[in-house]
Design a protein. Structure first.
Length: 80
């Protein structure tokens, strides 16, 4: 599970076996988790984050969208 970014309490990463899905990231904090699609950045799944925190994470993903997409395509060897 390559970690792409850490920001405050958040760890943004992807699973190395998910190349068959569109680009996305997983976000963890403590025992909370979410999944965001990257193009466009939107919530795919939430396991415990509050709406306020999800907005904060989505903003973080938008701010780093290029880096996240480059990491995805670089790791999986797909065109971006």
């Amino acid at each position: 599970m390559p970690t792409i970014l850490r920001d405050g309490p958040y760890r943004l990463y992807f699973h190395s076996h998910e190349s068959n899905e569109p680009p996305h990231i997983h976000v963890d904090r403590d025992d909370l988790a979410a999944k965001f699609w990257l193009n466009p950045v939107e919530l795919a799944r939430n396991l415990g984050f509050t709406p306020k925190e999800l907005r904060r994470i989505q903003k973080l993903a938008i701010e780093h969208q290029i880096v996240l997409l480059e990491a995805w395509h670089g790791y999986f060897g797909t065109d971006g």
